[in-house]
Write a protein that binds this ligand. Structure first.
Ligand code: NAP
Length: 288
């Protein structure tokens, strides 16, 4: 297929790479052109100077940018993909964004006969590099059937969750579950340290029991080593929790733990940790 990929960040760069390796004809766009040039040195494909130029003639356009406002810019902005996308093409958005912007974007694109899938991802940088992402999709079944085999190039689990917006709502559940879990893990590491236990041994043992989680498996070692310069940034998590809390106000669900952890992350940001991994919640505990 002819594919355009907009946004070669931590996630988009390897995802676009998998598409190229799988034999698709890939044209990339990145705001900072140096990243697109670096991508072209190791991957087969082309690059263009604007999202609109990259999307010209593409069967599927993928976007993976930071937030709602970035997404708006690369899709509906002066050089946005909507300017050139052809009728019958599909836009697949991998940004973690609000369900509202996805629904609005889907309606606007539909006026030009363009399909849309919201498709936020989970699995982090490593998942993107290994092509092992979990992808939560919202949209119409016909568009999903076309886009799914392409997303399979970097997804181990690609699932249609419902109508447009359902992908983002599912990702919100993911972030709500993770927030409290990381705080609990940080409290456990702190408690084990203060109790004078062999902390590494504690997590090797309880990681084989009922407390096991992805966060415990993948983060306890780096937390013990006080290493946070990797992974999923606190700034991104606060952006995601803000989306969750706003949606919760609308659907009247109660998220006291997510709201509290969001405030803990604001403390981490004030400590200079906006780009630290989310497991850095431990940093504010050990200071006390
Ligand atoms: P990132 O490394 O910061 O990359 C963001 C990308 O968006 C860059 O290519 C950036 O271009 C581009 N961009 C931002 N604003 C733009 C604008 N206004 N116009 C054009 N391009 C713009 O972020 P990431 O880690 O890849 O994350 C991307 C999305 O995936 C986010 O929504 C994030 O929440 C989500 N996500 C991330 C992870 C993770 O572990 N990193 C996991 C799951 C989901 P420049 O290169 O010019 O800055």
């Amino acid at each position: 297929m002819k594919i355009a990929f907009i946004g070669l960040g931590v996630m988009g760069y390897p995802m676009a790479g998998h598409l190229s390796t799988s034999g698709h004809e890939v044209c990339v766009y990145n705001r900072t052109n140096a990243k697109a040039e670096r991508w072209l040195q190791t991957h087969k494909g082309t690059s263009k100077a604007t999202p609109a130029a990259a999307a010209l003639d593409a069967d599927i356009v993928f976007t993976c940018v930071g937030n709602d406002s970035d997404l708006n810019q690369v899709t509906l902005g002066p050089d946005g993909v909507i300017k050139t996308m052809k009728e019958g093409a599909i836009l697949v958005d991998h940004t973690t964004a609000s369900a509202d912007i996805e629904r609005a974007l889907s309606s606007t694109l539909a006026l030009s006969g363009i399909g849309f899938i919201d498709a936020p991802v989970s699995g982090g940088q490593l998942g993107a590099e290994k092509g092992q992402l979990t992808i939560m999709c919202g949209g119409n079944e016909d568009h999903f059937e076309v886009a799914k085999p392409v997303m399979d190039c970097y997804g181990k689990q690609v699932t249609l969750m419902g109508e447009c917006g359902a992908g983002q709502l599912t990702k919100m559940v993911n972030q709500i579950c993770i927030a409290g879990l990381i705080q609990s893990l940080a409290e456990g590491v702190q408690f084990a340290t203060k109790a004078g236990l062999n902390v590494e041994q504690v997590f090797d043992v309880i990681g084989k029991g009922a407390a096991q989680s992805w966060q415990m498996d993948n983060r306890h070692k780096t937390m013990i080593e006080d290493r946070f310069d990797h992974g999923f940034a606190v700034d991104w998590m606060r952006k995601d929790l803000a989306i969750c809390l706003e949606e919760a106000r609308r659907n009247e669900s109660s998220l006291p733990v997510a709201a509290l952890v969001d405030q803990f992350y604001s403390e981490v940001q004030r400590m200079g940790g906006g780009r630290w991994d989310t497991s850095s919640l431990l940093k504010r505990l050990l200071l006390r």
